[in-house]
Design a protein around this ligand. Sequence first.
Ligand SMILES: [Zn+2]
Length: 83
Amino acid sequence: MPAKPSRVGGWICANCKSLLHTRRGDAPSLFAARTRRHDDTADRVRTAFGSAGIATNTLDAIAPVSVVAGLVEPLLIARSKTA
Ligand SMILES: [Zn+2]
């Protein structure tokens, strides 16, 4: 679970008062590159899976976290039983 910054200075953890560090992967340029790579390849990967007879699922991740978690959990359970 990500740390929550305090309201007084966003670089201090609200829980333990430790200094928060930005993870390298959170840098805006890296996040943008990662998103671009996903956008550039997701359709081809999905098509390749379909061609190989492997079913894929889509999930609306715009919903609140608790709703998304409720949608993901059954998918993970179903996959773990078939692998
Ligand atoms: Zn903390």
